[in-house]
Design a protein around this ligand. Sequence first.
Ligand code: ZN
Length: 290
Amino acid sequence: MRRLFWIISLAFFAASGAARADERVNVVASFSILADIVRNVGGDRVNVVALVGPDSDAHVYAPTPADARKVADAKLLVVNGLGFEGWLPRLLQASGSKAPVVVATKGITPRKLGGAADPHAWQSVVNAKLYVGNIRDSLIVVAPADADAFRANAGAYLAKLDALDREVREAVATIPDARRKVISTHGAFGYFADAYGIQFVAPLGVSTEAEVSARDIAQIITQVKAAKIPAVFLENINDPRLIQRIAAETGARVGGTLYSDSLTGEKGDAPTYIDMVRHNIKALTGALAN
Ligand code: ZN
């Protein structure tokens, strides 16, 4: 019994020693895109975990007991806000966390989406720069000793985002005005559309949630012809014959994947926020070029 006590005590001291040696700040971000931004600002001074990881949908997420433990261990919680994380209040309560919560969209002018605030503000790179500022400021509050590192990291990342914003504008400028429109079932590109002037037209009478049916296709074909839309991004059509039919009957190009709410894994097309924006603009310019 006594021996067991000593083993437990040693294990305890070993664990607390490890915690002291590792002075990184534990940060929990609600989803993969935010986690990437936090990683860029926090650098090697932070441990970042995303609750909703790559290739997962934060809109319909159901937090697990493991998430509550991650939140309980966090010194800072970073969320998007604008109604994106409807599951967050219950998770916060379950975790018992007293950590500060930074709303990364603070200061952003929200646009409307179906009567409510549109949460997808990160799709404008200019907005993403505001995310960086908010995250930097709150990291400085929770870990003031690392303030210089956070400021330097944020400065370097903001410069990359400035270059990315220019890159997107230059790419859009190569598309003739009349061709800057796509049909897309994504409701997530409103901020992108406002910032960069590519119109995202929703397919008439087709739910953005459900799979597009054969019956919907005739309507989409009529719409694409009437509005002379050069490209369609309809990732929720799982039947390639339907996609081929749209392309054959309208002459529109059928674009590839646009990433909106989540990054991909390391080996995917969009492992970071910057990769995601680059991938999307490449897919759009590829589909819309003359
Ligand atoms: Zn979304």
